[in-house]
Design a protein around this ligand. Structure first.
Ligand code: NDP
Length: 456
């Protein structure tokens, strides 16, 4: 492949074709990053913050254009695309306002009366390998803390969103960031792995599938470089008998259908106590049935299509295999048309343990429903997965909720709310959902050298 294609998944229209970088171009750009780092690391934090604020302004000024681009390249409905752009501006503001506090040197008082200082210093060029599902947000939640810490960034974006990738590079340029501080590389997977052999690339952050994460982390590990992996999830959404069922059902639909289900932290497995199973399911399926499919640019669209036809095909294969093994289709389940990215929202129950629906991540609008007799069974089932990203638990007893949250094996638990990322909250997983944390103070400290200076 020497070109990357931008294709609208709703219309199948070819929007543009872009040449992949040649090796000599990649080398020159990496050298550009390395030299930009030498000056960027010395730029005072207040100056970096004012540029980051400018990036937020550029995002807000051009919000509509960026939102339309996101919708055109990966099929997200326009209202959600606009929110995504605004959320990126929020992250830029947040790190502009908080980075100085997060990175401030810390003093340690030692037992012998001596002191030591901890400095948080940048590492150099950090590579970001990013996915298409939130093509702006995934990049900004990496870039805002990473650049504020004094690092420089190189983006290898997913191959189906090259226009978003180039637009993001232009945002940092328009905001006034010095040349080389943030660059987009249009390259394939092979060239991405090769980049990790380059001494100038100091670490990598990847969001995507387990397969991509394993390949990139192995290449980083071989070179003794740090990696941060934010991979898939099969998040539980647990509804206990004492929960507000109407609110839980309404949020469950949002939690599963946001971004047409293509979100790592989407609620995927609905684990419902038997006393409230019927009223929950009635409200849940009724609300799913009301969702309107339309052109992603249509203001009234609740959903449009998946980001690529192959993703719809893959999801359907997971559904049919699960049905063949005994799962029951409560809603949807229709075969997508050949070459189409459209998919009918689907609800499955009676899910056998050996089925893909039980074991794998279903990255699209398919809800998996389980009925349980006890709270203990709910927690056991919630943890019966290789993933550990997020989880949502519904109960009117917050004290009990907190105790149960501690028993769920995941990077986050949201009580009486859907799992959602926001700049101040550390975000990341355990088990096959990856390692490391983005966002919050933890996020900015992932790519720094925390240096101990002993004052003798
Ligand atoms: P991938 O994980 O393949 O893509 C994510 C990023 O990794 C892209 O930039 C991709 O580049 C890159 N990549 C993929 N393989 C390699 C490799 N061997 N070496 C270096 N870089 C690589 O996602 P897909 O688009 O294939 O989606 C497949 C599944 O991944 C989804 O169904 C879902 O389960 C999961 N996924 C999870 C996401 C999350 O938020 N955790 C986001 C997106 C997908 P390129 O596009 O050029 O292949």
């Amino acid at each position: 492949m020497s070109k990357i294609k931008s294709i609208n998944p709703w219309t199948s229209e070819l929007l543009g074709e872009y040449d992949l970088l040649k090796q000599e171009q990649i080398d020159a750009k990496v050298a550009g990053s390395a030299s930009a780092f030498e000056s960027w690391k010395k730029v005072p934090l207040a100056e970096r913050a004012s540029l980051m604020k400018k990036a937020a302004e550029v995002l807000r000024k051009n919000q509509e254009d960026y939102a339309r681009l996101i919708s055109a390249e990966m099929g997200k409905v326009i209202r959600e695309s606009r929110s995504e752009v605004e959320k990126c501006a929020w992250a830029c503001d947040y790190y502009a306002e908080n980075a100085e506090t997060f990175l401030a040197p810390e003093t340690i008082n030692l037992p012998d009366g001596k002191k030591a200082k901890l400095l948080h210093q940048p590492l150099g060029t950090i590579l970001a390998v990013m996915p298409w599902n939130f093509p702006f947000w995934q990049v900004f939640r990496f870039a805002a803390p990473t650049l504020m810490a004094g690092n420089v960034g190189v983006l290898k974006h997913a191959s189906n969103v090259p226009q978003c990738a180039l637009a993001i590079e232009s945002i940092f340029a328009e905001a006034g960031f010095p040349k080389g501080v943030f660059q987009t590389f249009l390259i394939d997977s092979k060239a991405t792995l090769a980049l990790l052999d380059n001494d100038e690339i100091k670490a990598v952050s990847l969001t995507g599938s387990e397969k991509a994460g394993a390949a990139v982390a192995a290449a980083a590990g071989k070179n003794i470089k740090k990696s941060l992996l934010e991979l898939g999830g099969s998040d539980p959404f647990i509804v206990l008998a004492d929960a507000d069922i109407a609110k839980a059902a309404e949020t469950a639909v949002k939690g599963r259908m946001v971004n047409f289900g293509q979100s790592c932290i989407a609620a995927k497995r609905f684990i419902i106590e038997e006393e409230v199973f019927e009223p929950f399911m009635e409200a849940f399926t009724e609300k799913i049935n009301l969702l309107q499919m339309a052109d992603p640019l249509d203001e009234s669209a609740d959903f449009a299509c998946m980001a690529r036809p192959d993703l719809a095909e893959e999801l359907y294969a997971q559904v049919t295999k699960s049905v063949d093994l005994g799962a029951t289709v409560l809603l949807g389940g229709q075969k997508p048309k050949k070459g189409s990215a459209q998919f009918s929202p689907t609800v499955l129950t009676d899910i056998p343990e050996e089925s893909p629906a039980f074991k794998e991540e279903l990255f699209g609008p398919v809800a998996l429903v389980f009925k349980v007799k006890t709270t203990e069974e709910a927690i056991r089932l919630a943890n019966a997965t290789e993933f550990g990203l997020g989880g949502s638990l519904w109960t009117s007893d917050l004290e009990k909720g907190e105790k149960l949250a501690a028993q769920i094996d995941s990077g986050a638990v949201f009580l009486n709310a859907m799992v959602a990322s926001q700049p101040a909250l550390p975000f990341g997983g355990i088990k096959k959902s990856g390692f490391g944390r983005e966002l919050g103070r933890n996020g900015i400290l992932e790519f720094v050298n925390t240096k101990t200076v002993y004052l003798g």
